[in-house]
Design a protein. Sequence first.
Length: 126
Amino acid sequence: MRTIKLITRFYGAIFLANFLVTLSCVYLLAMAGKNDQAIVAVFFWYKIISMTLIFYTAIHYKKQELYYYQNLGISKTQLILATSIFDIFIWLMFILLQLLIGIPGPIFRYILWGVLLIHLYVYIKK
């Protein structure tokens, strides 16, 4: 249980950037129209490259915080692997939702604003 809390704490710092990349993939997929299934592979690699850059940036700027996780028994590899799997799962869920039923524009905007407001609330609360 402690490990999950620590991984969640690490992921909370990079969640907004990762989720905005996911939402941009979903939005671009909605705008693709008839070719939507053909470009899912392109969005997959876009997500992978974006995640790599986000994790590199997070690790570079949080070097001191990584010692905290390592002292509690969680390696850098465990942090990256667990958050990557969770983030890919969220991306896949949204992409499948978009492909199967489509997300209308107003609902998409509400999801985006909701995530931004929740993240802002959590950031201010700290």
